[in-house]
Design a binder for this molecule. Sequence first.
Ligand code: SAH
Ligand code: SF4
Length: 359
Amino acid sequence: MTDVATLVNQGFFSREDVIQLLNADREDRSLLFAKAAEIKEKYVGNIVYFRGLIEFSNICEKNCFYCGIRKGNRNVKRYNLTDDEILNAAGFAYESNYGSVVLQGGELDSPAFSDRIERLVKGIKELSGDKLGITLSVGEQSPEVYRRWFEAGAHRYLLRIESSSRDLYYRIHPNDKTHSFERRLKALQDLKDTGYQVGTGVMIGLPFQTMEDLADDLLFMKEMDIDMCGMGPYIEHVDTPLWEFRDRLLPLEERFNLALKMIAILRLLMNNINIASATALQAIDPIGREKALKIGANIIMPNITPGAYRNDYKLYENKPCTDEEAADCKNCLEARIHMSGNKIGYNEWGDSQHFKDKH
Ligand code: SAH
Ligand code: SF4
């Protein structure tokens, strides 16, 4: 077997290589992290770009087995921000020089929902004089809807594959028409065909998930030639079907370490994509997101959802900063990012270099 010191300097990684890196012990892990940091600096620089995250509604038609805001959870107080509240949050991002916003929420499939998102995208473009970049993350939609939103001004889309293994996918989702693995794959392809910068990702440390699955997830992202990635640890939620399997999960700290390795390996596999430092990292380690920025991630998504609603957007337990307001996040983050040795790309879209090189 090739030693890790040699392995990380190879330009090409087989499935076995990726599995070996995922299993790296403490010493080898440091070599992996150092190499990923070097590649990050070389290809995307030590600049972190902000995406102000607006979790605009927790109303969802789906029933993903891991998610706290799934339709079947009756213990959630459902909310839906008004258009004004959403535009005000975007205005805050603009005034704070964040450069971009993400509209994220439960998945709905209706003409009223499509119209609303289109209206909001146009509204955000208008209030910022076209300056704010817009990422959408509202699940699977038809190619026509994706096109309308793209034409309205959204230019990036996040849709995690959650797991690239069809088997595992159906262990964490109901096996029915609204949760079809094939439909999710098609949605990712539709997004690419429409012209979006496309981001995907997975949860790390799911019950039943193996190292082989995670290696395949990374190779899937490479094969899909994605532009952006957001992936983080799976964190169990009491009001979900997967809670029952909590005894077979890796301890939180190991899930966290595995998530960092996933980010570092992805940076080696795809040098110039954008990789987000997921909020779920911070749910485990108070400086988890900063650790990810040091070893490969270059995007952070400060939460700018009005504080009153944050408690109700609990995808998982222990979600950080649910008692903060947007302005608190801003100050706190600036200090944290400087500490991690990175600069902030204020007022810039910070588009995926990978996407730019392709077009
Ligand atoms: N409804 C949209 C966007 C909101 S959910 C969608 O599903 O695409 C955003 C992400 O939260 C999901 O893609 C999922 O990967 C993550 N998530 C949900 N529940 C989680 C949990 N228990 N632990 C970690 N991440 C979770
Ligand atoms: Fe809905 Fe997204 Fe949660 Fe699935 S992960 S239940 S689609 S909010």
